[in-house]
Design a binder for this molecule. Structure first.
Ligand SMILES: [Zn+2]
Length: 394
């Protein structure tokens, strides 16, 4: 275990020093992996989460992160594309980027491409070609009819990356041990060409101002608008625009290198945004502990009163929630849309994942979700299953 607390400089602004503000103890490391047996799930590796922040830019990092513990392979499934809400959001993003980056005839690289859905759609919609890398990519490698080429593994660093006109990286940047070096390398590989970039991360404003179920071991860094702009600019990129999507849970940033100076300077998040984030950071440890206790109590009460409480969702947020709020497995069931998870067990507290259809039989009185963005679609699915339960958002 590495603990470089106290003396680590800020990865984002390079000015401040990281100061510890919350120690969440040991949490599941492989929160995207599901196991064949409960014993294996319970024996899954744990790692320490010690959150530290920079007073100058509000960047947050797990300073106890040990890259040696974190294994990415095709057994891991962090795919968000099973959700119609996410699919719709991705479709809109594809149309927006194709237009905004004028991608027709260009070459796009997607770093951390997941199962390739986004890059495939981007190539088809924009008429561009692309290459995608992900150590979790479990599909067919090589050329794809869409114009994309897929690789299972990490994207090469340095000149091995090859030519690109634009890069996209969704929900990968926060996993990197050295995010600054990643951005510097990409800019250097642009080699003087005008290139564009799109990076999307969980918005740390949301994560740290709420209970913090998205504070998971694979996430090394927690960026809000201000710290994300700082790290991008320090790495020599120009920030073109930034904003949030998906009920404020995702933060995106459009960046460029070697381009013409725009006539209008974009309105970027200022000190007020940073100060709001600093306030959220200050109260995080107390809020996290309180939420954890409240949910533990509520699940216990619901179970005791025969309400058969269940959790809908077995993604990494849910794994973190279950480990914190239901260590004794008082929930009647955990269900998920992803068939790859059915009948398998989650790390942390060892819950089994069942298909949502099983709720027609369970008839729970309370369904807990950890992601408010899915409230609508889960509510509709419950109605279709003939389940009338109270929907509780953790
Ligand atoms: Zn900083």
């Amino acid at each position: 275990m590495t603990d470089r607390g106290g003396s680590r400089g800020c990865d984002a602004c390079g000015d401040g020093e990281l100061v510890v503000f919350a120690d969440l103890g040991e949490i599941p490391v492989l929160c995207g992996v599901h196991w064949a047996g409960q014993d294996e799930a319970l024996a899954a590796p744990v790692g320490r989460m010690v959150l530290a922040y920079c007073r100058a830019c509000a960047y947050v990092r797990n300073i106890a992160f040990d890259p040696a513990l974190m294994v990415y392979d095709t057994a891991m499934d962090t795919n968000l594309h099973h959700s119609p809400a996410f699919q719709e959001f991705s479709r809109e993003l594809v149309a927006h980027l194709a237009d905004r980056f004028a991608l027709a005839g260009r070459h796009v690289i997607d770093i951390g491409c997941g199962q390739g859905e986004f890059l495939r759609e981007l190539c088809e919609h924009a008429g561009c070609t692309g290459r995608g890398w992900d150590a979790m990519y479990a599909g067919r490698t090589g050329p794809d009819p869409s114009g994309a080429v897929f690789h299972t593994g990490f994207a090469p660093r340095g000149p091995g990356l090859g030519h690109f006109d634009a890069f996209t990286s969704r929900h990968w940047f926060e996993h990197l041990d050295d995010p600054y070096e990643f951005l510097v390398d990409l800019r250097e590989q642009a080699d003087g060409r005008h290139v564009r970039g799109y990076v999307e991360v969980p918005d740390a404003c949301y994560d740290l101002a709420t209970a913090g179920w998205e504070v998971i071991y694979p996430h090394v860094s927690y960026f809000d608008a201000y710290s994300l702009c700082r790290i991008v600019a320090r790495a020599g990129w120009r920030v073109e625009a930034t904003g949030t999507y998906f009920s404020g849970m995702f933060r995106w940033i459009e960046i460029s290198a070697n381009g013409p100076t725009p006539a209008d300077r974009p309105r970027l998040p200022g000190r007020a945004a940073r100060d709001a984030q600093l306030a959220a950071i200050e109260s995080f440890a107390v809020r996290h502990a309180k939420e954890r206790e409240q949910w533990r109590g509520m699940i216990g009460d619901l179970a005791t009163n025969g309400a058969r409480p269940v959790l809908w969702g077995a993604g990494s947020r849910s794994v973190q929630f279950l480990a914190a709020a239901d260590p004794e497995r008082r929930l009647t069931a955990v269900v998920d849309m992803n068939p790859r998870k059915w009948g398998r067990y989650l790390p942390g507290a060892g819950h089994r994942v069942d298909p949502p259809a099983s709720l027609a039989w369970v008839q729970p009185d309370a369904v807990i979700i950890t992601n408010p963005a899915y409230r609508g679609e889960i509510g509709r699915s419950l109605a279709e299953l003939g389940v009338s339960a109270e929907l509780l958002v953790a």
